[in-house]
Design a protein around this ligand. Sequence first.
Ligand code: NAP
Length: 295
Amino acid sequence: MKAGVIGYPLKHSISPQFQQPAFDALGLDVTYRACEIAPPDVPQFIAGLRAGDWLGCNVTIPHKKAVYDLMDSLTEEARLIGAVNTVIYTGGALTGHNTDATGFLRALVDEAGFDVAGKRTVVLGAGGAARAAAVALLRAGAAAVALANRTVERAEALAKDLAVHFERERVAALPLETDALRGPLAGATLLVNSTSVGMAHGPAPDAAPVPTSLLGPHLLVYDLVYNPARTALLAAAEAAGAQTLEGLPMLIYQGAASFERWTGRLAPIHIMMQHGRRALYQSKVQGPESKVEER
Ligand SMILES: NC(=O)c1ccc[n+]([C@@H]2O[C@H](COP(=O)([O-])OP(=O)(O)OC[C@H]3O[C@@H](n4cnc5c(N)ncnc54)[C@H](OP(=O)(O)O)[C@@H]3O)[C@@H](O)[C@H]2O)c1
């Protein structure tokens, strides 16, 4: 059988490096590969999944929305997030699913021991990752999710969208500015970075997305950026006495949730985590030519 990840460009996806060892560890005869598919070729690729020898595929930037429109059915998670990151082919039909919120939450609970219920939270960003994080937090019972974004109109639009599914008073939108963030951050116990600030080869690789003077020991700081593992934000959070959580576990857990949907078997998390870390380490020692970016 076959499985894979589609995106464009996709030269340095690390999904094959942690998914293939998972199939192998369970003795499953599945080949998982990276499929770089240009946007006009996505419908043809998706139609090809119906040939019968595919379990399905992961979907990454920039295809998550295009694939959404090509599915026979969608899970509740895919609808809530408005994007598909996992296609499952069963019984002659393609189901669009999204495991980003599950991966986000499982990392938060299993790796950091954080209980979301009743907590006040601040989420930086208003893109796909911020939306998945906000959905996960609201579903898990967070008392408040304040969305802070450089382009405040995008945070407002996201808050409005989320208010269709969750109580309006639990969601707020703010500009990504010191004065606006001071109060919400002082009252929060969780800060999530879902901007691309801090990401290797991204818009501001060495910067933190918030003034580090706003961080303190009352916070768990969760950076969804996973390359590098230790971002400027996490280093500052640690120095301020905050608990920290890096982005790789979310990537592994979202992949593990896809694996479990395809196979009906528990994913070998330990093996996936070990191979994911190794893949990131190799990309670092090999230098910028092997830049890793995948969402
Ligand atoms: N660990 C994981 O499994 C996982 C999963 C998904 C994503 N991620 C990571 O999450 C990050 C965001 O991904 P995405 O898919 O949500 O990307 P996206 O949709 O492109 O959104 C990017 C976000 O970053 C903000 N931003 C970009 N440059 C900025 C800057 N210089 N200053 C302040 N804000 C800036 C954007 O603000 P504007 O709206 O103002 O442009 C936007 O809110 C990436 O680093 C990605 O690798 C990790």
